[in-house]
Design a protein around this ligand. Structure first.
Ligand SMILES: *Cc1c(COP(=O)(O)O)cnc(C)c1O
Length: 392
């Protein structure tokens, strides 16, 4: 099966992890801090806090803002469930914003209209989690303007977007947001096995994230609430979690980060190749804003109907091609239906889901495998492939 995505592991990555294994520390040694410094430098943010998962990073980001019962978090209807669950972990209510049917990104017009209505009802969200779906950044300037006008905080879900740039700024720079969250799951731009991070330019938020990622225990003299009783002394001053990243993971992340730009370029090259080869097929190609630089996490084509999408999915799977669907709109998950959501609530997201199919895309996707995907897709949508079109 040609997978829709997979990690790319170099001999240097393996060497780096082996070296960490031979060192004095498997966890809480020097490597997480080095990884954080490298990540902050890459993103152009003042701080980065590396943790155990992207989901943990989202949870911490919400907790660091003090999100709690009675509060409200909005996110995009087209995303991985973690973008919404982080609000629920804090006891907050969650609601969704519909998407632009062409891109799958949060629809700024729908967001503005929903905010206007929410203001009338006195239910403006405390936190918005815009999602850089497929590696393409949302319109962060528009979101920032709305955040200032309505007074909500912005946590970017950048789990697809490490390596993307928006208006000249790297994803994670937090130029227009409070925090930006990354995942280092093996299908993402870089991997640490499992792992995640939060970037921010706010020193107080960074300190709070660190505290909450390690049980709420601190040794920082400035944070101690009782008398310092000696060198051993630390205090739990808040209820945190164990969301720490290990030195083994940080070693892999540091090594991967050194070639992230090459890996993103490899994704871009493969996306461009799909564009050229699929242009004449009866389906809609993903159009990522040409003036931005997408990280091309996913290559999502749109088929004309749910029935056709299902037939094409099954035909490609039968051909050994691991196509995927991103995503079942979060409000249609049974857990969220039980909270009162249902079909018809976010029609553009539902339409996007019905037509969406993610083709294999990752830095190590071989040209002959990509040709197999293209040929199989052309057969499945019933298009005759012109001979010679895809030979190079
Ligand atoms: C991968 C992903 C997450 C969660 O990251 P994990 O590291 O798997 O916990 C959150 N949001 C989005 C959009 C993702 O793609």
């Amino acid at each position: 099966m040609i997978p829709y995505s997979r990690q790319s592991i170099s001999p240097e990555d393996i060497e780096a992890v082996v070296e960490a294994l031979r060192s004095d520390f498997l966890t809480q040694g020097p490597l997480p801090g080095k990884f954080e410094a490298a990540l902050a430098a890459y993103c152009g943010s003042a701080h980065a806090v590396a943790v155990s998962h992207g989901t943990a990073a989202l949870h911490l980001a919400c907790a660091a803002l003090g999100l709690g019962p009675g509060d409200l978090l909005w996110t995009s209807a087209i995303t991985f469930v973690a973008s919404a669950n982080c609000g629920r972990y804090c006891g907050a209510k969650v609601d969704f914003v519909d998407v632009d049917p062409a891109s799958g990104l949060i629809d700024i017009g729908a967001l503005a209209a929903k905010l206007q209505a929410a203001e009338r009802d006195g239910r403006v969200p405390d936190v918005l989690v815009p999602v850089h779906f497929a590696g393409q950044c949302c319109d962060l300037v528009a979101i920032h303007d709305l955040a200032r006008r309505y007074g909500f905080r912005v946590i970017e879900d950048s789990c697809h977007a490490l390596g993307a740039r928006h208006r000249g700024a790297a994803a994670g720079s937090c130029r227009w947001s409070d925090m930006s969250v990354f995942s280092f799951h093996p299908v993402k731009s870089i991997t640490t096995g499992e792992g995640g991070a939060v970037t921010t330019n706010d020193a107080a938020l960074a300190a709070r994230l660190r505290l909450l990622a390690s049980h709420g225990i601190t040794r920082d003299p400035a944070l101690l609430e009782q008398r310092d009783q000696g060198g051993w002394y630390g205090e739990q001053v808040a209820l945190g979690w164990n969301y720490r990243i290990t030195d083994l993971q940080a070693a892999l992340g540091l090594s991967q980060l050194q070639r992230v730009d090459r890996m993103i370029q490899a994704r871009r090259d493969r996306a461009a190749r799909y564009h050229a080869a699929l242009a004449s097929l009866p389906l809609a190609l993903p159009r990522h804003e040409p003036h931005d630089e997408s990280a091309w996490h996913l290559y999502v084509v749109q088929l004309a109907s749910a029935g056709l999408r299902r037939r094409v999915y099954e035909a490609l799977r039968a051909d050994g091609i691991g196509v995927q669907v991103h995503y079942l709109p979060v409000h249609l998950q049974p857990y969220y239906r039980r909270l009162g959501f249902g079909p018809g609530d976010f029609p553009a997201a539902e339409a996007f889901y019905h037509g969406a199919l993610s083709l294999p895309l990752h830095p190590a996707l071989m040209q002959e495998d990509q040709d197999r995907v293209i040929a199989s897709l052309a057969r499945a949508v019933g298009a005759r492939r012109q001979s010679g079109t895809h030979t190079e």
